[in-house]
Design a protein around this ligand. Structure first.
Ligand SMILES: [Mg+2]
Length: 355
């Protein structure tokens, strides 16, 4: 392993001494090596077992607080880069913030590609399909292909494919366009989604809501048009259709619809259906390991040679740890150094970058 000596001139602080945008820090932390690198360019069945072990691992992670001191500031990015073949990046807060590209991202991705690293982008946001995310990357001037993007909308469709979900069964969707597009691409029949956004019910005496008995799975993702009609429809499918699956794209407590505050995330929609059905969902997005298993099998990559880069402890870092990967936390995102070092935090990344 080639270990490049880290000097104070390579430190993130030194590189971004006057940065008002802390988001550039992750990428600048890797970029100092660009000048040197330019000269030397050279079955998802286990998911079920992984899921069963998730709870125990999460419990075990509590003990991780005891090794809190082992979390290291990223002082030698060259060492990390040399030991990793695939970098998985979270998107919001890492690649972009809202519709704004974070400084240094484009150069860093180019540098990593020049080193022969595989780049993968994973997001829990299910409102867009891979194709729609591809357009966003393109709009931001980034050369990223659809095949490198793994949104939880895609994960939901990929999971159904992995279990050979029957094509003659239907999927009821609580969520937005991204899930519908991915289901359609995968060849599945679906109903619900935005089309049910304005539907209402009349609670007259004797009123009974009919539902499609051929629905074999309910997929729940973030839905700005969530309503009681959807709750009742999904509940009927899960409770009354034998074997109907309850799949969640993610259980994120909050999301960032605007930069003014945190907004109720996909976990709020999932929680409603969990409450009415008393069933636990099968989660396909982070921190579940489904996407990691999928990537590992699809590309034939060792999880020990993957580094998960993200700004959230309870999704990104836990996702990497659950998958047996290296983890790098971007402190300039939603997680502060104070949050990382809090006695209440049990999720410790391998490395973190600070301002
Ligand atoms: Mg993020």
């Amino acid at each position: 392993m080639i270990v490049t000596r880290a000097t104070t001139s390579n430190s993130l602080l030194t590189l971004c001494p006057s940065s008002s945008s802390s988001y550039k820090n992750l990428f600048w932390s890797l970029l100092p090596w660009k000048s040197r690198l330019n000269s030397d360019i050279g079955s998802c069945s286990s998911f079920t077992r992984q899921r069963q072990g998730l709870q125990s691992r999460q419990m075990a992670s509590v003990s991780a607080a005891a090794v809190q001191a082992s979390t290291r500031k990223l002082e030698k990015p060259d060492e990390l880069i040399d030991s990793v073949k695939t970098f998985i990046f979270d998107c919001d807060g890492v690649v972009w913030k809202g519709d704004k590209l974070i400084d240094g991202v484009s150069e860093t991705l180019d540098m990593l590609r020049s080193k022969g690293k595989r780049l993968v982008f994973v997001t829990n946001n299910s409102t867009k399909s891979r194709k729609q995310y591809g357009k966003k990357f393109e709009t931001l001037g980034l050369n990223v292909s659809e095949e490198e993007i793994f949104a939880s909308s895609f994960a939901a469709a990929a999971y159904l494919k992995s279990i050979n979900f029957p094509n003659d069964k239907k999927v009821y969707v609580i969520g937005e366009d991204g899930i519908l597009k991915e289901l359609e691409l995968a060849g599945f029949q679906y109903l619900g989604g935005p089309a049910d956004g304005e539907k209402t019910i009349k609670l007259e005496p004797g009123f009974l809501m009919e539902h499609d008995k051929n629905v074999g799975a309910v997929v729940v993702g973030f839905d700005r048009y969530f309503n009681y009609y959807k709750i009742q429809y999904a509940t009927l499918c899960i409770r009354e259709n034998p074997g109907c699956l309850f799949i969640a794209t993610n259980r994120d407590a909050v999301t960032h619809l605007t930069d003014a505050q945190e907004w109720a995330g996909g976990g709020s929609m999932v929680g409603a259906i969990r409450g009415s059905t008393q069933q636990e969902p099968l989660v396909v997005g982070k921190p579940s390991t489904f996407i990691m298993e999928y990537l590992s099998q699809k590309f034939g990559i060792l999880k020990s040679q993957i580094c998960m880069v993200g700004d959230r402890l309870d999704t990104d870092i836990l996702f990497g740890q659950n998958g047996g990967c290296k983890t790098l936390l971007v402190l300039s995102g939603v997680t502060s150094l104070q949050m990382l070092q809090s006695p209440n935090n049990s999720i410790q990344p391998d490395f973190y970058t600070r301002r």
